[in-house]
Design a protein around this ligand. Structure first.
Ligand SMILES: N[C@@H](CCC(=O)N[C@@H](CS)C(=O)NCC(=O)O)C(=O)O
Length: 216
């Protein structure tokens, strides 16, 4: 069975959980938390020197990290990854935006507001991230007033990649009330088959960090 390393507070992990659920692939989850400092523990760094979740492991020990790479692997041969070259580039365009401009603003802002110690939350930093978050949300809003899905007429990996931290904007302290096209897109994605809501675990079983790594 596949093993997913990560926890339910991470949107990056949730992207992978959504794809595993959509593909109906059974997996177990090892609970690894950034907030508990587990991503920097030596036993985890030995497994993933990048020190990040999600990480997906096969039974033979093979490991894949980076949510976009894992999602692309899982979507191979499905309608979430189009076959035509320009359509693929369009999916990647939105996935790169997610990694470079969207997640670094909305996910970090949410992390600072929800999980980080108070001293990490300086007013300047919060203001800078709020400005970046609102800018990228306005880019998505504009796109979704012209297109039903991020990368064109059908749902693709790009929608699944952008969903978690967009939907969690309120937890980042950014309201979606003025972004009606984004709210409608969230509703459309939530109505897709085998959709896994945020905070819901798709894993067959969950193993605690210490329990899992005690074996190594
Ligand atoms: N580009 C990576 C980002 C992963 C990432 O930043 N994960 C966070 C949790 S959401 C993490 O593991 N942070 C741990 C750390 O930086 O120590 C991806 O998309 O998978």
């Amino acid at each position: 069975m596949l093993t997913l390393f990560g926890n339910l507070d991470s949107g990056n992990v949730h992207k992978v959980q959504m794809l595993l659920t959509w593909r109906e692939l059974p997996y177990r989850r090892v609970d690894v938390s950034q907030a508990r400092g587990e991503t920097r523990r030596p036993e985890f760094l030995k497994l993933n020197p990048m020190g990040k979740i999600p990480a997906l492991q096969w039974e033979d020990g093979e490991l894949l990290t980076e949510s976009g790479a894992i999602m692309a692997y899982l979507a191979h041969g499905t309608e979430l990854w189009p076959q035509e070259r320009r359509a693929q580039a369009e999916v990647l365009r939105w996935m790169f935006l997610e990694q470079y401009s969207h997640e670094p603003a909305l996910a970090v802002l949410r992390y600072l507001r929800r999980f980080a110690p108070a001293e990490a939350r300086t007013d300047d930093r919060l203001r800078e991230l709020e400005t970046k978050s609102c800018f990228v949300l306005s880019v998505l809003e504009q796109r979704l007033t012209q297109s039903e899905w991020m990368a064109g007429p059908r749902p693709t990996l790009a929608d699944y990649a952008l969903y978690p931290y967009t939907k969690w904007s309120d937890e980042a302290g950014v309201s979606l009330s003025t972004y009606s096209a984004i709210r409608d897109w969230c509703t459309r994605l939530e109505a897709q088959p085998a959709f896994l809501p945020l905070g819901v675990d798709g894993a067959q079983s969950v193993v605690e960090f210490d329990h899992h790594f005690a074996r190594f």
